[in-house]
Design a protein around this ligand. Sequence first.
Ligand SMILES: *Cc1c(COP(=O)(O)O)cnc(C)c1O
Length: 424
Amino acid sequence: MNRDTICVQGGYTPANGEPRQIPIIQSTTFKYDTSEDMGKLFDLEADGYFYSRLQNPTCDAVARKIAALEGGAAAMLTSSGQAANFLALFNICQCGDHIVSSSTIYGGTFNLISVTMAKMGIEVTFVPPTASEEELDAAFRPNTKAVFGETIANPALTVLDIEKFARAAHAHGVPLIVDNTFPTPVNCRPIEWGADIVTHSTTKYMDGHGAAVGGAIVDSGNFDWMAHADKFPGLTTPDESYHGITYAERFGQGGAFITKATAQLMRDFGCCQSPQSAFLLNLGLESLHVRMARHCENAMAVATFLESHPKVAYVDYCGLASSPYHALAEKYLPNGSCGVVSFGLAGGREAASTFMKSLRLAAIETHVADARTCCLNPASSTHRQMNDEQLKAAGVPAELVRMSCGLEASADLIADIAQALDKV
Ligand SMILES: *Cc1c(COP(=O)(O)O)cnc(C)c1O
């Protein structure tokens, strides 16, 4: 099926007389006739539901749609994008292991990997997204278990050379995990370029209306865990906490990763998505292909206008020919990238502040990828504790404004930006 059709109809096919829309199965638990029936579920010998912390039919239908959209073998929903990235990494990394990660990633993920996972004994080496093959190669250690990056980084807007990162990961016998939140599978399917695992903050474009926090993990089914059995004992040796099951043997290449992350990590961490949220997420997915095109069109119009304005010092948007990431965007994102544009005002921090205050349509929010246009000046909000020097080093100079273009008429957005720039 075409991606557009999967957005609308994927994951759920009602039988004769069943509800047309995915039913919200608002039940914590499921009833069985015999203890033997239940026992088979606990032994993972039969398919079925027993407790919504592990699996729920509403969440599974939406996960199937996301798996189909990404061209993956299996998927699961999580309570948030943070939970998705944590479970995806922790499913194959344990104390004493090491991760190679692109340095331009979402601040929350940067903190998760560099601070919280470090406390668990998992180390990280950050490499710039522009790293050469040699630089990448040098970042690996014998205990490296995964490579991580974002297709389009939030908020740096760098574009990951997925093929290059996948080649490096595979040369060292480990999978590449790609956070595909910003382009969504409508604009890029990382698995087609060699990524093994794809993660999402569904909070962003997939939901698209700022309605529910959520996440997803998709496994391509392409990584051969058994061929690197010594590196991934969690998948290739018996799980004593699950009746001695060996996931890679019992569930094969296409089922092992998601089954382990569900049966073991979701069981223990409990960061599941609620069926209500999954229902809202699915409503967003039904129009994702239509909305992404409009987000990109509006962002391109806004970026082009900003680039020609004398009060704007620079614009970062990979759709612009002037972007250092334009060539990568043409390769990986031929139909558009995302709706987020970053730019700097010639007048510095004060100009940014006056500009933001003067906007009428674009709201000041710590959010992106919403139907409504919003913007943020990291220097006066998320990165407020830093001085101008530190801000520059972190790639978010004081004058930087990140604008997430919504679905309004682009002429109205540009008129709003123009009147706010006049006040600067
Ligand atoms: C927002 C975001 C996250 C975190 O997702 P939450 O749903 O807020 O937990 C992770 N990665 C990227 C790229 C994001 O933009």
